[in-house]
Design a binder for this molecule. Structure first.
Ligand code: PDD
Length: 284
């Protein structure tokens, strides 16, 4: 695998970062995951806008213009295998003597990117759905920043794995659903898609936008609003979305079947529309 680090392309085995990098010491940085279809980064403009939002959120100047990012990302994609790739982009506040406050004067940020082959979820997951658990959303109040400090998300995801499941659905204040540990979650009730609003309590998913756009274009009723915990447990269907997992049905929640316990008609429809969108839009 060829990676990009601070201005250079190199084999991943050669890539090194100093131990005083603030990403290593404080988790002081932000990241993006960009799916690449037929060697084209999908929704690059939107991913770069979200990156800028994350950088603004941690007060770190963007080290590159959008044109420079597009050029660097294009070159990394060319240098790696796979028509479809999963591109990871990571920026930290750089290397400095350990002090919580920002380095003054500022130091150069660390810029790292890697790209590996993107595989779509296996057929078994589409047929049977996945199992999820719920947990208290104990993260901070800036979940709209795609921060590399992911310890809460790591622990929340591991809680699902410990229960033999694939994702954790997060509940804030004992009251409403925010998202998954590394995904967005939609509730389906009586043929309507219910989506939590893009606020400071969830990551504004690029796939989330695609799902809402596709639904609206096909006359599927959608409501963007807070989704109460009771609505999650009374859902006909639950859908999980992310750049790497596309759209998946959650068929078991906390050990109980979601709706019928099998992937439902909304999932079948959204998955088919998503695949069509991939063929007709993402690959073009
Ligand atoms: N995670 N919410 C959280 C907390 C996430 O980490 C992700 C994606 C999403 C979905 O966003 P998108 O549709 O833009 O992928 C929502 C990526 C895939 C990751 O951390 O690997």
């Amino acid at each position: 695998m060829t990676i990009y680090l601070n201005g250079q392309f190199m084999p991943i085995e050669q890539a090194q970062v100093p131990v005083l990098d603030r990403g290593f010491i404080f988790g002081d940085g932000v990241y993006e995951v960009i799916p690449v279809y037929s060697r084209r980064p999908f929704r690059l403009t939107e991913h770069l806008a979200r990156l800028q939002h994350s950088l603004d959120g941690i007060r770190l100047p963007n080290p590159h213009s959008d044109e420079e990012w597009a050029q660097l990302i294009g070159e990394l994609v060319e240098r790696n295998d796979g028509e479809d790739q999963y591109l990871y982009l990571h920026i930290t506040r750089g290397v400095a003597r350990r002090d919580h406050a920002f380095p003054n004067p500022p130091v150069k940020p660390t810029v790292f990117m890697m790209s590996s082959i993107l595989t779509t979820p296996p057929a078994s997951l589409l047929q049977d759905g996945i199992c999820a658990v719920t947990a208290v959303d104990n993260r901070w109040l800036r979940c709209d920043i795609k921060a590399i400090a992911l310890l809460p998300n790591v622990l929340l995801r591991q809680a699902a794995v410990d229960a033999g499941c694939a994702e954790t659905v997060l509940i804030r204040d004992d009251s409403f659903m925010t998202e998954g540990a590394a995904s967005n979650i939609f509730v389906v009730k009586n043929g309507t898609l219910l989506a939590p609003p893009k606020d400071n309590l969830m990551l504004p998913g690029i796939t989330y936008d695609v799902i809402l756009e596709i639904a609206q274009a096909n006359g599927i009723p959608c409501e963007v609003r807070r989704v109460g915990v009771a609505e999650v447990f009374a859902a006909d269907e639950l859908l999980l979305t992310s750049s790497t997992r596309e759209v998946l049905p959650v068929t078991t929640l906390d050990g109980k079947p979601v709706g019928s316990g099998a992937p439902g008609p909304m999932f079948a429809r959204m998955h088919a529309l998503y695949q069509q969108f991939k063929r007709e839009v993402m690959r073009k």
